[in-house]
Design a binder for this molecule. Sequence first.
Ligand code: B12
Ligand code: SF4
Ligand code: SF4
Length: 312
Amino acid sequence: MKEARQAVEYAAAELGFSALGVARADLPQHNTLKRWIEQGCHAGMNWMEKHLPARLNPQLVLPGVRSVIILTYEYPRRDARQKIGSVARYAQGEDYHKLLSSKLADLDETLSIYGGKQLCFSDSGPVSERFFAAQAGLGWIGRNGLLVRRRGGSFCFLSSILTTLELPVDSPMPNHCGNCRRCEEACPTGALHEGSCDARLCLSYWTIEARREEEDPPLAVKRALGKRMFGCDACQEVCPWNSLPPVCRVDPHLLMPARLARATLGELEQMGGETWQRFFAGFSMRRAGEKLLNRTVRSLRGSSRPQSRHEH
Ligand code: B12
Ligand code: SF4
Ligand code: SF4
């Protein structure tokens, strides 16, 4: 199935993916993910627990799956400090799930020509994308828990294609973190430990995923929030592999549009219901939902009040 791999590689490059790697789908089961969940590191993300069997066994996701294709897609590397606070780089622009799913549908078609049956995801399905990316030789799992590449560092999305085709596979590459521990040291809440991120302490979790009514961040997390509005890039900003030049041009759809960049916290606080829905429609930031985003807005307003009484 060398031809199928070549065809999908060409098509992926034309669609703007920066790299592609392939791993076998039947890689040995192990305990890391199970332990992470047993220890409660998934916080309130009950969907992680619910989909654990599928995450550990791709056969339950796509019966007959033989190969897992992982693709990288670059997102902006520039600092994203806006009036509303800082928005993680990956989430500044249009909803990447939507953007990538139409590209993945194209690749699905390409593989179908060779008789393959596929399922495609981009942060949208029960597939351990970092694990397969590392097995497919695209990079290694850094101490920040992310896939880090020699060219491009960690500022990229991962997409996965499960396919019934048996494609030529790649070999994993060695870990290049060496003695560096910058990410662990830079994490404002101490959420990182040897490549594992405890979501109960992670600011990304608390600003994006903690959508249950009863969830209230621990004091240490509230104090560490700083100006973070959505997500957190602290453990990536310090990584030496991210200071190298980008591998390719960034898709302009992933850049922050002016109307969002110009918005103030005061304006967001006053938005509600339909206005909120309309304002965030089609953006990655919509993921947090109105309630959680407003809670973050209120805590950012609270902490910045003395300096910004005349904000609007
Ligand atoms: C849940 C989740 C989160 C949670 C939990 C974080 C975490 N570390 O897991 C929260 C909300 C906190 C989060 C935050 C972020 N996330 Co997130 N997240 C995910 C998600 C949906 C699942 C990850 C997961 O399974 N975690 C559990 C841990 C234990 O598993 P794991 O590290 O992925 O996999 C390990 C083990 O399973 C193990 N393993 C060993 N052997 C085997 C064998 C088999 C068969 C299997 C299955 C696994 C396995 O190897 C893996 C590596 O150690 C993935 C998308 C996906 N479907 O994979 C995105 C994903 C990991 N996130 C991503 C991003 C960008 C982020 C943020 C940077 C966003 C931000 N700026 O705010 C932060 C970074 C925080 C951090 N340092 O990890 C990207 C990472 C891209 C990259 N370069 O690696 C992903 C891949 C989404 C995507 N498709 O692009 N995230
Ligand atoms: S995203 Fe922020 S809080 Fe989460 S592990 Fe990285 S540095 Fe720590
Ligand atoms: S900051 Fe250092 S330890 Fe952390 S992922 Fe990058 S190279 Fe590895």
